[in-house]
Design a binder for this molecule. Structure first.
Ligand SMILES: [Zn+2]
Length: 287
């Protein structure tokens, strides 16, 4: 997967009616469609409605992704919202709507857990869908439908692609986080922290730990990348977890910013191609 000209290559682009002005995306906001599961149903609504709503990507139950707004244009998915004190998330976010019924109500039924969606369709746990009844502080009480393995796989790949190709992106969050008390999507079964860890490397030393474990490099130190022919990975954090944000060609000279020992290995924070990232010292020389 690759973003080219603000579109995801290889997926269908269906232009949304409500496509706004140019934005610089800094976060991704994840949503549930809170609609029917049938393929194309929510995508059709989000593409063309009178409620002025739209979104960049729709993720179907079978893992199919559809794009409806270019990644550098505003979509109307978050409404009244704020992210760490900054209001109006539509102005700096990419939205992904995941097909899921949202909060459902438990109903009486034989043979296990049954729940009713807001549009009065009934679902039974274990019959094509997995249901769980649970309560959280952020979501309240309800019956929730699990996301499909295809949605998790495709969604993770989409996020990895967005974070690799759109350098201004910094975080993955949810509608309930940016609109607390007003919205409950994504539902409590969504593996948000696992996906954040995988895409952002958040099980790595965090920003504060990386800074505490390192010291500024001597002024004007330059390193030359020396690898056995291939490129050297530029990483968000000083670790070998999946956190690659770029690739430094063999022979490149890069300015060193900070250096430190992490997990017994020397790492340096360098600047390359307009961004900062960590490289392993063992593949560098002072230059
Ligand atoms: Zn939402």
């Amino acid at each position: 997967m690759k973003i080219r000209n603000h579109k995801l290559e290889g997926v269908e682009f269906q232009p949304a009616r409500w496509t706004g002005g140019v934005i610089t995306p800094e976060i991704v906001v994840l949503h549930d469609t809170a609609g029917r599961l049938e393929k194309g149903n929510s995508a059709r609504y989000l593409r063309d409605n009178d409620a002025k709503v739209s979104v960049h990507f729709v993720l179907e139950r079978d893992g199919t992704i559809v794009q409806q707004v270019p990644t550098n244009r505003q979509a109307n998915h978050a409404g009244e919202s704020s992210y760490n004190g900054r209001k109006g998330c539509n102005g700096f976010s990419i939205g992904i709507e995941i097909v899921n019924p949202g909060k459902m109500t438990r109903i009486a039924g034989t043979g296990g857990l049954w729940a009713r969606a807001w549009w009065k369709e009934d679902f039974q746990d274990g019959h094509g869908v997995e249901l769980v009844e649970m309560t959280t502080r952020e979501h309240g009480s309800g019956v929730w439908m699990d996301y499909t393995p295809e949605q998790i796989t495709a969604g993770t790949l989409l996020l990895e692609t967005l974070f690799r190709d759109i350098r201004t992106l910094k975080d993955i969050t949810t509608h309930w986080y940016v609109s607390p008390g007003r919205k409950v999507d994504t539902n409590p079964l969504f593996p948000l922290e696992q996906i954040r860890a995988k895409v952002l490397g958040r099980d790595d030393p965090a920003q504060a730990a990386a800074e505490a474990g390192s010291a500024p490099s001597p002024t004007a130190t330059m390193l030359r990348v020396v690898t056995a022919g291939s490129n050297l990975n530029l990483r968000r954090w000083p670790s070998f977890n999946p956190n690659v944000i770029g690739s430094v060609p063999n022979g490149t000279r890069v300015p060193a910013i900070r250096s430190g020992i992490f997990d017994g290995r020397a790492w340096t924070l360098v600047q390359f191609d307009g961004r900062e990232g960590w490289i392993v010292d063992s593949y560098t020389q002072i230059a």
